[in-house]
Design a binder for this molecule. Structure first.
Ligand code: PLP
Length: 292
């Protein structure tokens, strides 16, 4: 076994991308790598992107921008947040990194990729390098092709959580055709298969739609209990939005005999741990047990 993997039992192994950075999701930094190289090449000074108030992507852009000398602007969904003080953990981290925010209504936010909206933003902020919500584009996929190393190609299954599809696309591209890549969407995403097909040409992959728990950032007591038990048993923290749902799905599928007998499963732990604080605030308001 690769010394960098965490062995959970004799057939499930975790690739700990969450250890790449104490706060920022491992896969988000990989998605930014070639985008920032392109931004520099085009001599852009400002990065502009979109996200929700708890977004791992927003935190990653703020952090990477600071590291590499870009100004950063976050267009945040929800204009009601404008007057909410103090900022939540994600936004206050991003602000500390130097990001400035523009809060827009949900209706406005829906048009974020329209030419009109982008033109308005250019008028307001001047020139910028645009990174889409969630960070997925061809350059992001290229960055995620660097997640799997040669020693990872011996695993029968590679599992990952799916949001916009960039990460799994990179994994598929660098996988061996003997491997099966299994994606666990963290949201109800009928668009995802089509999106992934834009970036990949192999067909050794599958999405399992049964573990989104009702949609993006939706959770239940069962999931929280699973996350807390998993950390207790294996000393591996999981986040409630992405990796917790994936790992819950993997264990449920194992119990149903989904995986070939004797096969080895590699689960990519993409990070997302910065989102735990925000979820705990919500759980506390509902008098529910917290993520420990
Ligand atoms: C964003 C994110 C994902 C999903 O990645 P996509 O490339 O959008 O599919 C998975 N896990 C974590 C922790 C993330 O932050």
């Amino acid at each position: 076994m690769d010394k960098n993997l965490i062995s959970i039992d004799n057939h499930v192994f975790i690739k700990p991308e969450y250890l790449n950075h104490p706060y920022v999701s491992g896969n988000k930094l990989r998605k930014l790598k070639y985008n920032l190289i392109a931004a520099k090449k085009r001599e852009k000074k400002v990065l502009l992107t979109f996200g929700g108030a708890f977004s791992n992507h927003i935190a990653a852009v703020a952090y990477a921008g600071k590291e590499q000398g870009f100004q950063t602007i976050g267009i945040i969904r929800g204009d009601e947040l404008k007057n909410v003080k103090p900022l939540n953990a994600t936004l206050s981290f991003s602000k500390t990194c130097g990001m400035s925010f523009k809060f827009v209504s949900r209706a406005h936010y829906r048009n974020r990729m329209s030419q009109d909206f982008i033109a308005q933003l250019e008028e307001e902020f001047g020139e910028f390098f645009l990174i889409p919500e969630g960070g997925t584009n061809a350059l992001a996929v290229k960055g995620c092709e660097e997640i799997l190393e040669d020693t990872d190609l011996n695993y029968d299954y590679v599992c990952c959580s799916v949001g916009t599809g960039g990460t799994i696309s990179g994994l598929i591209n660098s996988s061996s055709t003997n491997q099966k890549i299994i994606g666990f969407p963290a949201l109800k995403g009928d668009f995802l298969r089509e999106e992934i097909t834009k970036f990949v040409s192999k067909s050794n992959w599958e999405l399992i739609d049964d573990y989104h728990f009702g949609g993006y950032a939706k959770i239940n007591d069962d999931l929280i209990q699973f996350i807390n038990r998993f950390k207790d048993n294996h000393k591996v923290p999981l986040d409630p939005i992405y990796t917790g749902k994936m790992m819950y799905g993997i264990y449920d599928l194992i119990s149903r005999g989904f995986f070939k007998k004797g096969s080895k499963i590699l689960a990519i732990h993409t990070g997302g741990l910065q989102g735990i604080a925000g979820m705990n605030v919500k759980l506390k308001q509902q008098n529910k047990p917290l993520i420990v």
